[in-house]
Design a protein around this ligand. Structure first.
Ligand SMILES: Cc1cc2nc3c(=O)[nH]c(=O)nc-3n(C[C@H](O)[C@H](O)[C@H](O)COP(=O)(O)O)c2cc1C
Length: 149
C-alpha cells in the first residue's frame, strides 16, 4: 500500500477531474490518496513524502498552470534534496500545440528528476484532441502505475 500525494496543476479543471477520479478509485486498490490542488499545490511540502503524482495541464504557450508555478519555482530555485521521493507524471495537453505539447508536465518531470526524485514508470501524456475522456485515461494508467510502486 502506498500513500500517494496527487499534485494538481490546472486552469480549467481537466487535471482536477483526473485527480478526483483517481482519488475515488485508487483507495479500493489499497492506496491512500491525498490531493493538493488550487493554492495547496503551490505550497506543498515534499520533504516528508514517499510518493507524489503530478497531474498537470499546459497553458499559454507551453506554460504551467498558475496554481502550480510556485512549486516549480521552489524546485528550480531551492533544488531541495528529493532523493527520498518516488514520483509519476500525468501531463494533459493538446497536440495542436505541436511545439509545446504537454510541456508543463515535461517540465515538472525534469524538475523533480533534477532534485533527485526517482521516476516510476513512463510519463502519461493525454491529448485533448484525440482522448476525450482524460479521467478514464488517467485511471487506466494509474492502475498499472501503482503496481510499480
Ligand atoms: C489558452 C490555452 C493554451 C493552451 N496551451 C497548450 C500548450 O501550449 N501545450 C499543450 O500541450 N496544450 C495546451 N493547451 C491544452 C490544455 O493543456 C488542455 O486542454 C488540457 O486538457 C487543459 O487541462 P485543464 O483543464 O486541467 O487546465 C492549451 C489550452 C488553452 C485553452
Amino acid at each position: 500500500m502506498a500513500n500517494i500525494l496527487i499534485i494538481v496543476g490546472t486552469e480549467s479543471g481537466n487535471a482536477q477531474m483526473c485527480a478526483d477520479h483517481l482519488s475515488d478509485n485508487l483507495p479500493r486498490l489499497g492506496h491512500e490518496i491525498e490531493v493538493a490542488s488550487d493554492a495547496d499545490a503551490g505550497s506543498v511540502d515534499l520533504s516528508g513524502r514517499d510518493v507524489a503524482l503530478v497531474i498537470t495541464s499546459t497553458h499559454g504557450d507551453g506554460e504551467l498552470p498558475d496554481n502550480i508555478i510556485p512549486l516549480a519555482d521552489r524546485l528550480r530555485g531551492d533544488a531541495p534534496d528529493l532523493s527520498h521521493l518516488r514520483y509519476g507524471v500525468i501531463a494533459l495537453g493538446d497536440q495542436t500545440y505541436q511545439a509545446t505539447f504537454c510541456k508543463a508536465g515535461k517540465d515538472m518531470d525534469s524538475l523533480l528528476g533534477a532534485c533527485g526524485a526517482s521516476k516510476v514508470g513512463e510519463r502519461l501524456e493525454i491529448d485533448a484532441c484525440t482522448q476525450p475522456l482524460p479521467d478514464e485515461e488517467a485511471l487506466n494508467w494509474a492502475q498499472e502505475w501503482v503496481t510499480m510502486l
